[in-house]
Design a protein around this ligand. Sequence first.
Ligand SMILES: [Zn+2]
Length: 224
Amino acid sequence: MMTRKIKYQTAINQYQEIAVDKYPSYCGLCHKNVDPLYLGLAFKNGDLQSLDMQGAFQCTNLDCNSVIIGYYSREKYPGEFTLNKSGPITPQDKEFNDEIADVSPSFVKIFNQSFYAEQQGLTLISGIGYRKAIEFLIKDYLIYLDDVKEEETLKKPLGQCINELENSNIKEMAKRATWLGNDEAHYIRKWEDKDVHDLKKLIDVTIYFISMDITSKKYLQDMS
Ligand SMILES: [Zn+2]
């Protein structure tokens, strides 16, 4: 990573240069990787010796052109500024295929609220949201398979519901997703080498198997 120099105008209309480690490289509004245009900077409290600084940049994606703010800090004055984060960020939705969206619209909503939380940096609570999403997915899927048992299914603990799944791929993945999801809700973790990224991967695999199952059942019915 190359140091970049940016200029700013002092109160007495002189131009000075300072060094930053890098520009923001991602626009959180259009969600594109960009090398933005530098516009100007602001020191905290207008103090040129401040250890905190915000840089204003413009997204170079012509369809966006929004202002990106880079939040910088340095350890001492004078010194090079390091980019800590950039904003603003509008959360993105994760897209799910029609099979999943039809069987469990609640899963899609809960998953994306958790994903919003994660994208906003609220990673301590996003995992619990994913755990809740799994519960809705599995129960809605069981109800899709057998709607006569709806009331019964809704009352049962998630673990029991998972054990009733006949498709062993779905069962084994959903079980492990729930283990990690439960870890997100408890003080002590059982799976110390796993985190919310593993949880999301397990949810992805579970969704994949559920989609395959729904699709194959549809074709078997259509073409029996
Ligand atoms: Zn942009």
